[in-house]
Design a protein. Structure first.
Length: 350
């Protein structure tokens, strides 16, 4: 346990981000374990042992700690007051006496075991550092690189760790080719015996939300607010926005100059369609906006059942409903209202 060894520990502290206190505690534990394993007499494993290290020279000294008593019943944990006075004259009954028990050549044995325990602690600490770093990234997005596919899962390199993209978190139609760059939404970070496990998603609505926050300064600054998102990943998303500043157009800010902001997001989502909707506190207006690009003639709401009857021109019916009902389904999910759409001619008949 020489200066070279202690110098190496200092480098570990710098490189690995592990606290010096944590490593020194590990060394002390290793020294105590080495002493009890190799030098304690039979039946003395319960002996209290204290380690003292010279931080400059690395010299190790081991002390047994014993309770000072008038009469000794257990010589492993107790010492008579007369004997304690010979070690330190100021000791009194009920004090703790420290008796040096450092064996010859103990430093070599202790250093060997300490090295093993330090390596183990470094691995544990590195895993904790990585876990804590990525735990802060939950519900955020991170750039990554696709590195492999295995048993239906896609593995994405995030730098210090791989994220797992499960089958249900993969976008419809996305191929995930080797070395492909993408943005990943971090759904959950789990702590396991092997370290952190990062679960990612390309289907979560939060991915769209964070992409807009990154692309649109007005959203990041809180001037424009995202009120709701409804998404069918890989196909279409509806996002409702509101401006908290009358001088700023929420939809225009999201679209960006020449549509560049929303186009960057569309590109990241592999041409997923995005409808930007103006949020409104009045349900009739909000539902009408949510059915865009269809033009709505009338909206009648039933607040008790939170449902709405919508009338559109006959020529707008298929557009309002959307392919396989997607437009009305997303509008209902976006607004939180059940929506029943009828054509103008059908409504007049009824």
């Amino acid at each position: 346990m020489n200066e070279e060894f202690l110098g190496a520990l200092s480098e570990i502290v710098k490189e690995k981000g592990i606290t010096a206190e944590s490593l020194l505690e590990t060394i002390d534990d290793a020294i105590i374990a080495a002493y009890k394993k190799n030098y304690s007499n039979a039946g003395t494993s319960a002996q209290n042992v204290k380690v003292k290290r010279d931080e400059k020279t690395g010299e190790i000294r081991v002390f047994a700690q014993k309770l000072v008593v008038d009469e000794v019943y257990d010589d492993i944990t107790e010492i008579a007051i007369e004997d304690a006075k010979q070690i330190n004259p100021i000791l009194q009954v009920d004090d703790i006496a420290e008796i040096e028990v450092t064996p010859k050549n103990f430093g070599r044995v202790a250093a060997q075991l300490a090295k093993q325990m330090v390596i183990q602690r470094i691995k544990e600490s590195e895993r904790n550092v990585i876990y804590n770093e990525f735990a802060e990234k939950e519900f955020d997005i991170m750039p990554g690189t696709v590195i492999r596919k295995e048993k239906g899962n896609v593995y994405v390199d995030l730098g210090k760790i791989e994220a797992i993209l499960g089958p249900n978190e993969q976008m419809l139609g996305e191929l995930y080719n080797f070395n492909e760059k993408l943005q990943l939404y971090i759904v959950e970070v789990k702590k396991t015996s092997k370290g952190a496990m990062v679960l990612g998603s390309r289907t979560h609505p939060g991915l769209v939300k964070r992409l807009f926050e990154l692309e649109v300064p007005e959203i990041y600054e809180g001037v424009v607010e995202i009120k709701s998102i409804a998404r069918e990943a890989g196909s279409r998303t509806k996002i409702a926005v509101l401006s908290n500043d009358e001088s700023i157009d929420a939809m225009g800010a999201c679209v960006g100059p020449k549509g560049v902001r929303v186009q960057n997001i569309v590109n990241e989502l592999k041409n997923e369609k995005i409808d930007i909707i103006k949020w409104n506190k009045f349900p009739e207006e909000y539902i009408s906006n949510a059915l865009s690009p269809a033009k709505v003639l009338d909206v009648t709401i039933d607040e008790e059942n939170k449902s709405a009857k919508v009338v559109v021109d006959d020529s707008q019916l298929s557009l309002a409903i959307g392919k396989e009902g997607q437009n009305v389904r997303l509008a209902a999910k976006l607004t939180g209202w059940k929506i029943d759409i009828k054509s103008k001619s059908k409504a007049e008949e009824e």
